[in-house]
Design a protein around this ligand. Structure first.
Ligand code: GDP
Length: 375
């Protein structure tokens, strides 16, 4: 399961953003009935225009979208890496995540106190970045002190230690896949890609968008301990998104229209609820694959999207579905979503020669539809 940590200084809008997204997820939750929603973890569906049409073709009663888990990590403050403000506990939560959404306060509101007394997005981002870096340094050094640390791991960690001491991030030093694997369980924070979410006021979000985006690009160039090749950014208006969450669809369009003078559903598609999962998918190079095309058709209850990392085999996916399916794996039938969408049902696609047979080592590709045969 892909986990995304929302981090940032206090009062930057993390919980507001999290709640706005959670509310939308709950409102749509008939789509993912097996997800329980915990107070600080919420599933966000990855927008996927293929899913509903595929569900129709497969005569599925249910279409379950692929989701990523968003985790609200409260309370990172200056000194967190030394345990300040329960820092260790919060950093441990971030270690278990795959990517960091770093919320940066870029709105001005004199009623809401800023921890350092003024709104300064670049300085704020650097406070958190430095804590993440220092936390890694301490974590790596503790591990290196242990005699039980194997030599090959030690070699990689020493390299990272030297980089961190120079203010370089673990994700910026070009570790090989093997090296990354050796230190995976450390959960190094500076190895995780970051998406900066610049939280702006609704007015700026709508009416000064271009200007604000220029400013944000400027911030990105200034922020220290950031890797412009790997990291990414987005504009958000957490407060606006949370206000939208209280409205039904019609009211929502009207509310948006009240800002921009017309009903523009594109604006709604730009909200974090839609953009964030897409950014995460791109940044982590994730693929969507579908299971549950119906053969026979009446058996097809659910079509489900799985979010997988690149390189996963058919057998690997079988294991995610069920241990028994993996053990009994015989072969897989594979089609591409775009091919399947040309037919009325699965059998038609197969008769037309668009379904091929693959073995357990087949590496799944984005948008594959897979039907596993097992005994
Ligand atoms: P957290 O500590 O980072 O989780 O911050 P919260 O989400 O609790 O937000 C702190 C305060 O800032 C709350 O009162 C929010 O309503 C307010 N807030 C969040 N986002 C915005 C925004 O875009 N504009 C304004 N004016 N206030 C915001």
């Amino acid at each position: 399961k892909v986990k995304v940590a929302i981090c940032g200084l206090p009062n930057v809008g993390k919980s507001t953003l999290f709640n706005a997204i959670a509310q939308r997820s709950i409102a749509n939750s008939q789509n993912f009935p097996f997800c329980t929603i915990e107070p600080n973890v919420t599933p966000i569906p990855i927008p996927d225009p293929n899913l509903e049409p595929l569900a129709k073709i497969a005569s599925s009663k249910k279409a379950v979208p692929g989701t990523i888990s968003l985790v609200d990590v409260a309370g990172l403050v200056k000194g967190a890496s030394r345990g300040e403000g329960l820092g260790n506990k919060f950093l441990a939560t971030v270690r278990e995540c795959d990517v960091i959404v770093h919320v940066v306060r870029s709105y001005i509101d004199d009623d809401i106190i800023h921890v350092d007394g003024k709104v300064d997005p670049v300085a704020d981002a650097e406070v958190i970045n430095l804590e993440l870096l220092l936390a890694d340094l301490a974590h790596v050094q503790r591990r290196l002190e242990k005699n039980s640390c194997p030599d090959d791991e030690r070699e990689v960690l020493s390299k990272i230690e030297a980089a961190l001491e120079e203010g370089k991030l673990a994700r910026s030093i070009g570790l090989t896949e093997t090296e990354t694997f050796l230190i995976k369980s450390m959960g190094l924070l500076s190895l995780k890609p970051v998406i900066y979410a610049f939280n702006v006021d609704d007015i700026d979000y709508f009416l000064n968008r271009d200007e604000v985006l220029d400013k944000v690009k400027d911030y990105m160039n200034q922020i220290q301990y950031c890797d412009l090749e790997i990291d990414s950014y987005m504009l958000t208006s957490a407060k606006f998104e949370s206000e939208l969450g209280l409205l039904d669809a019609e009211e929502r369009s009207e509310y948006v229209a009240s800002f921009i003078g017309e009903d523009d559903s594109n604006v709604l598609e730009q909200l974090s609820y839609h953009i964030l999962p897409l950014l995460v998918k791109d940044i982590l190079n994730l693929s969507l694959v579908y299971t549950g095309p119906g053969v026979p058709v009446e058996r097809s209850q659910t079509i489900k999207t799985h979010v997988i990392s690149s390189g996963i085999s058919a057998l690997g996916l079988a294991g995610k579905l069920h241990g028994e399916i993996q053990r009994g794996f015989m072969r897989a039938e594979v089609t591409e979503a775009k091919d399947m969408l040309m037919y009325n049902n699965y059998n038609e696609a197969r008769d037309a020669g668009n379904v091929r047979t693959e073995g357990k080592d087949y590496v799944l590709q984005n948008n594959d539809i897979i039907l596993i045969k097992w005994k």
